[in-house]
Ligand binder design. Sequence first.
Ligand code: HEM
Length: 136
Amino acid sequence: MSGPSTYNPKSGIERWLDQRLPLPRLMHDTISTFPTPRNLNIWYTFGGILTFCLGVQIVTGVVLAMHYVANANLAFDSVEAIMRDVNYGWLIRYMHAAALGPDVLLGRHGHHQPLQRHPGDRQPHRHLAVGRLRGG
Ligand code: HEM
C-alpha cells in the first residue's frame, strides 16, 4: 500500500467485516488502487509463475533425490519405490514432472518475448540470454 488507505466500506456488513478481518480493504488497496507503472501488463505475471515453478522443481527434486538411486541396475526400482512406498512419493514425482511444463513453455527466453512485442516498450527488452539467442 502507498499512503493512507482509501477504502470506504459502504454497507453495515462491510463495516463490521472491516473492523474484524479487513480483507476487502486489503484487496482494494493492493489490487484496485496500488500505483503501478503503465507498461505493466498480464505478461509480467509469468516471471513470477516461472520463479514459483523453479521453486517447486527444487523442493520436489531434493525430496526425489533422497530416494532415487543413480545406478543403472537400481534406478528403475528406486523410482518404482518412490511411486509405491514413499509417502506421497507419487505426488512429489508428478509435481516434479508437471512443473516442468510451464518451465519449458515459458521458460528462460520464452517469457521475455511478449515483453519485446508489447507496444508500450519503446526500447526492445534487453536481457543477457535473449540478446545471446538473437545474436546480439
Ligand atoms: C529446473 C529445475 C529442474 C528441472 C527442469 C527438472 C526436470 C526433471 C525431469 C523432467 C525429470 C523426469 C521426471 C519423470 O519423468 O519422472 C526429473 C527427474 C528427477 N529430478 Fe529433476 N528437475 C529439476 C531440478 C531438480 C533438482 C534441484 C533435483 C534435486 C536436487 C532434481 C532431482 C531429480 C531426481 C532425483 C529425478 C529422478 C526421479 C524421477 O524420475 O521422478 N531435479 N527432473
